[in-house]
Each structure stands twice: as structure tokens, then as C-alpha cells.
Write a protein that binds this ligand. Structure first.
Ligand code: CAA
Length: 382
């Protein structure tokens, strides 16, 4: 077992750290207040090849690996986790849906290359009002009409929805047989009948753009179908396995970002005639949080490693998501407490990080769903 990053992995981390300091740190508080996403910075990041780190060159990627991608999500999320989830949904959920589908190489070139090469933005349309944790409860319908399909339905909570050039839409061709008819299509911005619905006003990740995506008689040609009827549910599940490692990385980044701020604060702030870190209660609290972060890092990197190696990783991804997101909630809450009144104030960043951490326990499968996935794996008959 080797815990060192390769030279190439370290280079990616350094490059992302520099980008984050220069392009994401300035204005992060204002973007949170105003719910504005840094679209230009996102495009620049894509042009650096970051959206294609884990995809083959023939489909527009840079083929560097899955762990470097996860390290990049972690790194940006230390400062701006709204950017982190935009990056993760774009890469893991849109990219993963296309890459791991039964789409032909020609379809993958057409639908994955623009995203992996950073020329376009992707989003993922699975969740509906009646299909949250119960992802099988889909109502979106794909009706065959000659060589085409007509799509009708409403997707909700689509991260990147308002920005996306390409969206993967999961739908049923025959509701009477449920997921046995679930398929998936790539739908593009500007197609007749396809539009952005309500844009959400959120507690955290306020700069991320999250919306409904409404489909009213959207005509799509059959060559936009990337998962045939019956393949859609498993594709969504496989894709979410990858997405959950991305959310784990986002959450770990949030925890580390808040922790770093607390280290500095406890060194600088003096009370009772000495710096706060000389209060053993606070020093021990930081030691506990540090140990939690280190444990989360290990399970996260293990899940990324298994995925990169092509080994089964469903359980490892659920463990990583559960662990990292609970650690993010704990660390950010404790950091707000340790910074006292200042911690509650916007300009100290940790309150934003605490708000951002909360959603990581909810999306891409609530942490209760992660326990279902983990326990399901434990007790499945061999
Ligand atoms: N990989 C491949 N196949 C899988 C799988 C996986 N990880 N998990 C399940 N399957 C297969 C099963 O093997 C089974 O196949 P067979 O029919 O051939 O036996 C089939 O899928 C059905 O499996 P289940 O019976 O376990 O399915 P279920 O209906 O009980 O649901 C669930 C399982 C884990 C609860 C699932 O519904 C789930 O993950 N729910 C959470 C949904 C979710 O994460 N939503 C997030 C949306 S994205 C988002 O958050 C927004 C954003 O933009 C950030």
C-alpha cells in the first residue's frame, strides 16, 4: 500500500489549488449572498482539462485517473463547495451517465466529448417530485413516435440545470412495468418544449444553480437514447455510485476548509491572556476533528482507488459518502462554535461552510439511503 501521491497527481492538486486561490476565493462570499455561479471560472477550469480527468482521450478526456478527479473536487471545495458540486455533477453524473451507458462510441464522442473537454456543461435529470429516495418512482414518459420519442415530465433539484447545454433525462417507456422500461436520453438546451422551471433558493451551496427541468412534448431522435428500455435504472445507480464519491470529496473539502480557518483563528485570537489553542479543551477538540478528517480521507481515497482499478465500489462509495458528509457537518458545526460570535458571522466563512455541509448529507442519496446500500451489501446472499 502506498499513501504517496504520484508526481502527476500532486501536480493536479497544485494546479487546482492555484486556480482556487486566484479564481474562486475572490468573491466567494458575494456569490453565496447573491446566488451567482462563477460561470466564467467554471469554463476556464474546463478548458484546463479538469472535467475530463477521468475520461478517455477518445471521448474528450485527459485520462489522468479517477483519484486525481476526486482530489480536484476536494481542493476546490475547501474554498467554494458550490463550484465543487457543479464540477462533480458535470463530471460524475452527466459524464458518468454517458460513459457507463450502452451508448455507441459515436454517441459517446457526440455527447461526452463536449463536456469532458470543457466546451459545454452537463446536468443529470433523475429526481422528480414522486421520485426522490425512491428513484424508481419516475413519472417522466418517453412515447415512441415513428423513429423519435416524445418526452413529457418534470425533473426537480437539477444541479447545473439553468446552465446546462446537455442534460441526461431518465424516463419510462411503459409506466405499467416501471423500471423495466426505464431508459435515458441526452436532451439539449434550446430543444423545443425543454425549459428551465423554478430555480431554487437554498440554505447552502447558494451559488450552485439548481432548478426544475420541464419537458413538454420534447421530440428527440432515437440516436439520443443512451440507455435502452430496462437499462436506465441500473445506469442511474451505477452513475450515482461514482457521484457519491464526488459528494464525499466535496464534503471532505468543506471540512478541511473550515478546519484550516479554525487552526489560524485559534493561533491568532487571544482570550484570558493567551492564544485560544493554549486552552487544552480547544486543542483536544481540534485533535479529535483532525482524526475524523484523516479517517474520512482514507475511506474516500479507497473508494476512488477501487473505482479507478475497475473493482466493485458500490459499498465503498456509500461508506465514503456517509463518512465524509457526517464529518463535514461535525467539523463545520464545531468550527462555528470555536470561533464563537465571529463564527456566526458571514465574513469568517465557517457559517457558510456549515450551511453547505448540510446538503451533502442529503443529496445523491441521503445518508439513510447510504446505510441501506451498505447494509444491503452486507446481508445479500452470496
Ligand atoms: N449498480 C448497478 N445496479 C444496481 C445498483 C448499483 N449500485 N443498485 C441497484 N442495482 C440494481 C439491482 O441489482 C436490481 O437489479 P435486478 O432488478 O436485476 O435485480 C435493480 O437495480 C433494482 O435494485 P433495488 O431493488 O435495490 O432498487 P430499489 O428500488 O430498492 O432502490 C435505492 C434502491 C438504493 C434505494 C435507490 O433507489 C437509490 O439509490 N435511491 C436514492 C436516489 C438518489 O441517490 N438520488 C439522488 C439524485 S441526484 C441528486 O442528488 C441531485 C444533484 O444534482 C446533486
Amino acid at each position: 500500500m502506498n499513501f504517496n501521491l504520484t508526481e502527476q497527481q500532486q501536480q493536479i492538486v497544485d494546479q487546482v489549488r492555484e486556480f482556487t486561490a486566484q479564481r474562486l476565493a475572490p468573491g466567494v462570499l458575494e456569490r453565496d449572498e447573491q446566488q451567482v455561479f462563477p460561470v466564467e471560472a467554471f469554463k476556464e477550469f474546463g478548458a484546463m482539462g479538469m472535467f475530463g480527468l477521468c475520461y478517455p482521450k477518445e471521448f474528450g478526456g485527459t485520462d489522468v485517473g479517477y483519484l486525481p478527479y476526486i482530489l480536484a473536487v476536494e481542493e476546490v471545495s475547501k474554498v467554494d463547495s458550490s463550484f465543487g458540486i457543479g464540477f462533480s455533477v458535470n463530471t460524475s453524473l452527466y459524464g458518468g451517465s454517458v460513459m457507463y451507458s450502452s451508448a455507441t462510441d459515436e454517441q459517446k464522442k457526440r455527447f461526452l466529448s463536449p463536456i469532458a473537454s470543457g466546451k459545454a456543461i452537463g446536468s443529470f435529470g433523475l429526481t422528480e417530485a414522486s421520485a426522490g429516495s425512491d428513484a424508481a418512482g419516475q413519472k417522466t414518459i418517453a412515447t415512441k413516435d415513428g423513429d423519435d420519442y416524445i418526452l413529457n415530465g418534470t425533473k426537480i433539484f437539477n444541479t447545473n440545470g439553468p446552465l446546462a447545454d446537455y442534460t441526461v433525462i431518465y424516463a419510462l417507456t411503459d409506466p405499467s412495468v416501471g423500471t423495466k422500461s426505464m431508459c435515458a436520453f441526452v436532451v439539449e438546451k434550446g430543444m423545443e418544449g425543454f425549459h428551465v422551471g423554478k430555480v431554487e433558493n437554498k440554505m447552502g451551496i447558494r451559488s450552485a444553480q439548481v432548478s426544475e427541468m420541464v419537458l413538454s412534448n420534447v421530440r428527440v431522435s432515437a440516436d439520443r437514447m443512451i440507455a435502452k428500455p430496462g437499462e436506465g435504472f441500473k445506469l442511474a445507480m451505477k452513475t450515482l455510485d461514482g457521484g457519491r464519491i464526488g459528494v464525499g470529496a466535496q464534503a471532505l473539502g468543506i471540512a478541511e476548509g473550515a478546519f484550516d480557518i479554525a487552526v489560524k483563528y485559534l493561533q491568532e485570537r487571544e482570550q484570558f491572556g493567551k492564544p485560544l489553542f493554549k486552552q487544552q479543551y480547544l486543542a483536544f477538540k481540534m485533535a479529535e476533528l483532525y482524526a475524523d478528517i484523516e479517517k474520512a480521507k482514507l475511506v474516500l481515497y479507497k473508494a476512488a482507488f477501487l473505482k479507478e482499478e475497475g473493482k466493485p465500489f458500490t459499498t465503498a462509495a456509500a461508506v465514503a459518502k456517509l463518512t465524509c458528509t457526517d464529518v463535514a457537518m461535525k467539523v463545520t458545526t464545531e468550527c462555528v462554535q470555536m470561533l464563537g460570535g465571529n463564527g456566526y458571522m458571514h465574513e469568517y466563512h465557517v457559517e457558510r461552510m456549515m450551511r453547505d455541509a448540510k446538503i451533502t448529507q442529503i443529496y445523491e442519496g441521503t445518508n439513510e439511503i447510504q446505510k441501506l446500500v451498505i447494509s444491503g451489501g452486507l446481508f445479500r446472499r452470496k
